[in-house]
Design a protein. Structure first.
Length: 205
């Protein structure tokens, strides 16, 4: 018999958070709660969750949907462009927003926000960990900008999302789709050094 929680995405996600909370209770039972340790960890957890949503959908677009679309029969492509892609773009752009917001909050809580965004230049010396985080943050910020100010506006035009561009000529739709695709491909490229920097800051510096 299939558990009821698995029949609804909403209930499945709620159950996941409940399980995470139970792990937190176990943690509290084994140690003394420390504000200075817990809240940066909690924001980091939210930052990583958001990043998984964002980069996961970015990779879905670039490794799955885009290469597969030419193989789909023309009469079926509308189902992807009208229903799947707009929904994916919703979680894609808000995953990007949540990732950047939680990342900035985390950097502020850990006291290296300014140092990271200036690549530690204001200190007069280079801290390898801060430099790596700073490069990663700049790459992530560029990627976030691309999502909200290039990819999303062009996808709205290309797919006529919200019926805001019903009379846009076919050549302009094609141009918008190409621009969105190229910047999505750019973000895929940037994601690799970005993730390298973020992981390296915690393990190599």
């Amino acid at each position: 018999m299939i558990p009821t929680i698995l029949l609804s995405l909403r209930n499945t996600v709620i159950a996941g958070f409940v399980l995470a909370f139970l792990v937190f209770i176990l943690y509290i039972a084994e140690t003394e709660f420390n504000n200075y340790v817990f809240w940066p960890f909690f924001v980091r957890w939210l930052h990583i969750l958001s990043g998984i949503m964002w980069i996961g959908i970015l990779y879905y677009f670039n490794f799955v949907q885009t290469p597969t679309m030419p193989k789909i029969p023309d009469e079926l492509k509308g189902g992807v462009s009208r229903f799947i892609t707009p929904e994916a773009l919703y979680w894609f752009r808000w995953g990007a927003m949540a990732t950047i917001v939680f990342g900035i909050i985390l950097a502020a809580l850990n006291g290296y926000l300014l140092q990271a965004y200036t690549i530690d230049a204001i200190e007069g010396f280079i801290d390898l960990k801060v430099m790596l985080i700073g490069i990663g943050m700049w790459l992530g910020t560029i990627m976030w900008f691309n999502v909200w100010f290039v990819i999303w506006p062009n996808q709205q035009k290309a797919l006529n999302i919200g019926n805001a561009w019903p009379d846009l000529p076919a050549d302009q739709k094609a141009k918008a789709a190409r621009t969105a695709g190229l910047f999505s491909r750019t973000n895929t490229m940037l994601s690799l050094p970005m993730l390298f920097c973020m992981v390296a800051a915690g393990h190599l510096a």
